[in-house]
Design a protein around this ligand. Structure first.
Ligand code: SF4
Length: 489
C-alpha cells in the first residue's frame, strides 16, 4: 500500500487538473485499466468534471494499478468501497475481466445479487454499454447508455432525494439512458447530450497518459456515414459538430499540444480552419486518423505544420469488392491519393488499417490487399495494421459469424509470407486472432459471458476463456457459412 501511495503521489505531482474537495456525496470514479489508459479517456475526464461541478458531490479517481493489492482513490487515498457510488467507465470488450478485478480490489463484491444494501451503488457507463451492456448485467446496479452529460446530473439529483440504494433505483427507473439490469428486460433508448453541452474537453493534462501532455477536445460526436461494420452511430448517437468558435474558445492558449477527437475527424466541416488557427497560435495538434477521400495536400501540410509525425488512414477492407460490401465508400484511387499527398507534405511513413476475416472473403480479396500494399509503399514506409473482423450488435453484421481463430491465423500467415520480401518498406502489425475471438464473444454475449469473466479475475488467457465459457453453458455458434476459399493454401 505504501508503494501505491508513493506512486500516486508522484503521478499527482506531474499531472494538472485534479480537483480536491470534501462533499457529502462521495463518488469513486473508476477506470478498468492502467492510469495512462484511463487518463486518455475524454469520457472519463468529462464525467469527473461534471460530477465535481456539483457543490455537494466529490468524485475521486481509481485505476486498476500494475502494483498488486487494494486500490485507493487518487485524490484522498480513501478506500473506494467507502463511497456512496462506485462509477466505472468502460470502453472495450476486453476490459470486462478488468471490471471484475477493479471491483474485487476496491473491496466491493462483484456480483450485484450478493451485495448488501449498504454497499456502494455500482454504476457502469462508457462506450461499451451502448454496443452491448448485457455482459455487464451481473455486476452493475445501473448501466448508463449514451451520453453522460445528460444523465449524470439527473442521477445525482435522484441520489439527493433518496439517499439509499433501493429508493434511488426506484427514482431513476425510466429515465432516458438508464438501464436497471435486474428490473428491465430491454435496453432503454440512448441518452443524447444537447449540442449546447458540447464540446467535451480535458480536465487533465499529464505526461503519463497515452496521449502525453495533450489537451483533449472532442470537436464532433457521432458519424453519419453508413459503414456497416462500425459502431460509431450507435456508440456516439446523432452527429453533432461543435461550431469552430466554441472549439477554439475551449482550448487554453497555453496548452502546448491539442488532441482533436471525433469519429471521422476529416468530416468535421471546420477541420482546416481549426488546424490553421492552432498552427497560427503555435499549438501542436494531432488527429487519430484521416479519411483517405477527405485529405488533400492543404490538409496534409497543415498536419505537418501542426507537428504530426504519423499519417494514418483506414482501408478497412482488403479489396474494392469488400469495401463496397461494407459501404466504406473508399476507392483504391483514394488510398493511393492519400499516400501521395502524405509524401508531398513530407511524411516519410504512414499507417493503414485493414481488416481480414470478412464475410465472403476469398483469396482474391487478399491478393488485392497485397498488391495495394505494394502500390502504397511506393510513397513511403507503410505500417499495415491488420485486425480480424469482429461482428458487433447493432450493426448489419450482428448475425455474421466470426471467421475463426485458425482461419484468421492462416490468412494472416499467407499475407505475411507474401509481403516478407517487401520488408522493411512494408511492416505488418497484426492483432491477435485469439483475443479477437474473445472480443467477438463479449461483443454479442449475454449475462452468462459476464459470469465467465468472473471466473477469470485470477488468470486470463484464451484457453481459460474457453473453459470458463463452457462452464457457464455458452456454446460456440456454427462455423462461418461464407466461403473462405483456399485457406492455408
Ligand atoms: S468507419 Fe469512420 S467513417 Fe465509417 S461510420 Fe465509422 S467513424 Fe464513420
Amino acid at each position: 500500500m505504501d508503494r501505491l501511495r508513493e506512486r500516486i503521489r508522484a503521478r499527482r505531482a506531474r499531472e494538472r487538473g485534479a480537483i480536491v474537495k470534501d462533499a457529502p456525496i462521495r463518488v469513486a470514479l473508476a477506470y478498468p485499466n492502467r492510469y495512462g489508459v484511463g487518463m486518455a479517456s475524454l469520457g472519463f475526464q468529462t464525467v469527473y468534471k461534471r460530477l465535481n461541478a456539483e457543490p455537494d458531490v466529490v468524485a475521486e479517481r481509481v485505476f486498476l494499478e500494475e502494483l498488486p493489492g487494494e486500490l485507493i482513490t487518487y485524490e484522498s487515498g480513501r478506500r473506494p468501497a467507502e463511497a456512496a457510488i462506485f462509477a466505472v467507465s468502460i470502453a472495450y470488450e476486453l476490459d470486462l475481466t478488468n471490471l471484475v478485478r477493479l471491483l474485487i480490489r476496491s473491496g466491493i463484491e462483484p456480483l450485484r445479487e450478493l451485495r448488501e444494501p449498504h454497499d456502494p451503488i455500482v454504476l457502469v457507463g462508457g462506450p461499451l454499454t451502448s454496443s452491448n451492456p448485457w455482459p455487464l448485467a451481473p455486476f452493475a446496479d445501473l448501466i448508463v447508455i449514451g451520453d453522460g452529460e445528460e444523465v449524470v446530473p439527473q442521477l445525482i439529483e435522484a441520489y439527493r432525494q433518496s439517499g439509499r440504494k433501493g429508493r434511488f433505483l426506484d427514482l431513476v427507473e425510466g429515465l432516458p439512458g438508464v438501464f436497471l439490469p435486474d428490473r428491465m428486460e430491454r435496453e432503454p433508448l440512448f441518452a443524447t447530450a444537447r449540442p449546447e453541452t458540447l464540446p467535451a474537453s480535458a480536465q487533465f493534462v499529464t505526461p503519463e497518459a497515452e496521449f502525453p501532455d495533450t489537451f483533449l477536445i472532442e470537436v464532433e460526436r457521432g458519424c453519419p456515414r453508413p459503414c456497416t461494420f462500425c459502431l460509431a452511430r450507435v456508440m456516439y448517437g446523432p452527429t453533432r459538430n461543435v461550431p469552430l468558435d466554441r472549439v477554439l474558445a475551449a482550448i487554453p492558449e497555453e496548452a502546448p499540444k491539442v488532441g482533436l477527437i471525433g469519429a471521422a475527424l476529416t468530416d468535421y466541416p471546420w477541420v482546416k480552419p481549426l488546424s490553421r488557427a492552432l498552427v497560427e497560435r503555435g499549438q501542436r495538434f494531432s488527429y487519430s486518423s484521416v479519411r483517405a477521400d477527405r485529405v488533400d495536400l492543404e490538409l496534409a501540410e497543415l498536419m505537418r505544420a501542426g507537428g504530426m509525425q504519423s499519417f494514418t488512414f483506414a482501408a478497412d477492407g482488403p479489396s474494392q469488392r469488400l469495401r463496397d460490401l461494407l459501404k466504406k465508400q473508399i476507392r483504391r484511387e483514394d488510398l493511393l491519393a492519400a499516400a501521395r499527398v502524405a509524401r508531398e507534405a513530407g511524411f516519410k511513413r504512414f499507417k493503414v488499417y485493414q481488416m481480414i476475416g470478412l464475410p465472403t472473403e476469398t483469396d482474391e480479396d487478399l491478393e488485392e490487399m497485397i498488391e495495394d500494399a505494394r502500390a502504397l509503399a511506393e510513397y513511403g514506409r507503410l505500417a499495415l495494421t491488420i485486425s480480424p473482423f469482429v461482428p458487433k450488435r447493432h450493426t448489419p453484421h450482428f448475425a455474421d459469424r466470426f471467421a475463426g481463430v485458425k482461419t484468421i491465423e492462416q490468412r494472416l500467415r499467407r499475407v505475411e509470407k507474401a509481403l516478407r520480401r517487401d520488408r522493411p518498406r512494408i511492416e505488418i502489425r497484426s492483432t491477435s486472432a485469439r483475443w479477437a475471438w474473445v472480443e467477438a464473444v463479449i461483443a454479442r454475449g449475454g449475462p452468462e459471458v459476464g459470469l465467465a469473466a468472473l471466473q477469470l479475475a485470477e488468470r486470463e488467457n484464451y484457453a481459460a476463456w474457453r473453459r470458463a465459457l463452457e462452464a457457464v453453458g455458452w456454446r460456440e455458434p456454427e462455423p462461418a457459412p461464407f466461403p473462405l476459399a483456399g485457406v492455408g493454401s
